[in-house]
Design a protein around this ligand. Structure first.
Ligand SMILES: [Fe+2]
Ligand SMILES: [Fe+2]
Length: 487
């Protein structure tokens, strides 16, 4: 990553207004931009997807970043550590999607609501038992609910430890793979350990827990409690958990500034204030390769949300990039197509797994929730200044040429070639992948079905080159990529 002098000060919106359902935004009007992006802006925007997966108010990661950066100044951390802490805060929930399906399955409900409720839960057995009983699915018959309760009680800490370990290790691996160092990875891995050894997954104690994790755990909880229960409860929680959950020195330093910081969290220009706390000598700017690495990391986060979308985003990106090359798009447009394909389903991180992984038919209400995900994709990506084109291409992947798609109902004249390519790649990948309700189609079956969609749904000019592209790139059989799609 490059380093530049001076902190970025671009104001950024976070899911703060309608994304324009019903408006027309012809994606062909946008020009691709390969300009470097301040890494803080890129991560802050993408971190809102992590907030949604955790059931937190959008901006939670950014607020945690702000609080942690202020605390780091008080603690006198050197610039290099403050910079790593800054990025660790924005990526702290990178493993959030890996336990979503398991949580939904264990409790039989909406993982996002469960996680939101769990975030303010005490760790006593009584509190956990009450939480479990409260969240048993009312839609299940009583015997099934009782059986579920017994199963949760018997598996107890062992199952929670496994779920937590997956989340922490996977999140740390994703951050390292995205180009962030060992300190950032360790901060994520240790995030849910407690000062007195009572945390998960390993029961690490005191200085065995990475300093950044000790800082971030307290700062993140402060924001969560402040958002849900107000400033007095947030401060009381910190004091109560001093020397049990959290490092007492960190709590003391945080409590000294907490009343003022909590007031500041509500200011409209918080993003700019957070950027200003990034040590100027350590400010990072992501060049093309960095952006691709970060987009790839978020593709892995998206795909990890459901066991049935194991490598959907990466495979869609491979097909889309190959299609763009065959159709002779310029290099800038090809880059935008690849990034849009990697991130097209980022909005799905806001959809509960009880819907995403449902084996039967979706109800109308559930389908309405699913249909919001391209709009959420747009809301997440659009605040990144140089992602204007990427946001439009990605958010249009469920549009149809005849205007019957979603979320804007764009028709042919509003759908640029890049958007048409991502849509075809998405359908091809979805058809050839295994899903809860059916096995994946063979290449020839998928191509035949896609042929029937050409014209009114999918773009003829893209469908026309799909057979040659996938037969060249995917010779290994149904749904198999010739090149590695491993997360
Ligand atoms: Fe989608
Ligand atoms: Fe998709």
């Amino acid at each position: 990553m490059l380093s530049v002098d001076g902190a970025a000060t671009v104001a950024i919106r976070y899911l703060d207004g309608p994304a324009g359902a019903g408006e027309r935004h012809p994606s062909k009007d946008f020009r691709p931009s390969a300009a470097p992006i301040p890494t803080s802006q890129l991560l802050a925007a993408l971190s809102t997807a992590l907030d949604l997966t955790e059931g937190q108010l959008p901006g939670h990661s950014l607020r945690t970043c702000f609080v942690a950066s202020r605390l780091a100044l008080r603690l006198g951390l050197p610039d290099h550590d403050r910079a790593n802490l800054f990025y660790a805060a924005l990526l702290k929930d990178a493993g959030c999607s890996t336990n979503a399906a398991a949580i939904s399955q264990i409790f039989g409900g909406d993982d996002i609501a469960l996680k939101a409720s769990q975030a303010t839960l005490d760790r006593s057995l009584t509190a956990y038992a009450a939480f479990t009983i409260r969240h048993l699915p009312l839609t299940e018959p009583l015997p099934a609910r009782l059986a579920r309760l017994v199963r949760i009680a018997l598996s107890g800490t062992r199952e929670r430890r496994q779920v937590e370990q997956t989340r922490c290790e996977r999140g740390a691996a994703i951050a390292r793979k995205a180009g962030f160092g060992e300190d950032v990875g360790s901060a994520i891995a240790d995030l849910h350990e407690h000062w007195d050894g009572g945390g998960l997954p390993f029961g690490r104690r005191r200085s065995e827990i990475h300093l950044f994790a000790r800082i971030l755990a307290a700062c993140a909880a402060l924001d969560v409690f402040n958002s849900v229960r107000g400033p007095a409860a947030a401060i009381e929680m910190l004091a109560r958990r001093r020397a049990s959950w959290y490092d007492p020195e960190i709590v003391d330093a945080l409590l000294a500034d907490a009343p003022a910081i909590l007031v500041e969290l509500a200011v409209p220009d918080l993003a700019a204030r957070a950027w200003a706390l990034e040590p100027p000598s350590e400010v990072r700017v992501s060049d093309g390769a960095d952006v691709d690495r970060i987009a790839g990391a978020f593709a892995d986060i998206i795909d990890a949300k459901s066991p049935f979308t194991g490598s959907h985003s990466r495979r869609t990106a491979e097909v889309a990039e190959a299609l763009a090359g065959r159709l002779r798009l310029g290099s800038g447009a090809l880059i935008d197509v690849r990034r849009a394909a990697l991130l097209h389903d980022v909005g799905k991180l806001s959809v509960p797994n009880s819907i995403l992984d449902k084996p039967g038919r979706l109800t109308e209400a559930e389908f309405t929730i699913i249909k919001r995900h391209p709009e959420m994709t747009h809301r997440i990506l659009a605040p990144i200044p140089t992602f204007a084109s990427v946001a439009e291409l990605a958010a249009a992947h469920h549009e149809r040429l005849d205007g019957t798609g979603y979320f804007r109902g764009l028709a042919a004249d509003g759908l640029a070639i890049g958007a048409r390519i991502v849509a075809v790649a998405d359908v091809y990948e979805a058809l050839t992948a295994d899903r809860p309700y059916r096995a994946g189609m063979s290449m020839s079956e998928a191509l035949e079905l896609i042929g029937t969609m050409s014209g009114d749904h999918l773009a003829h000019e893209v469908v026309a080159v799909l057979p040659s592209v996938v037969s060249e790139r995917l010779p290994a059989g149904p749904g198999q990529l010739a090149t590695s799609a491993a997360p």
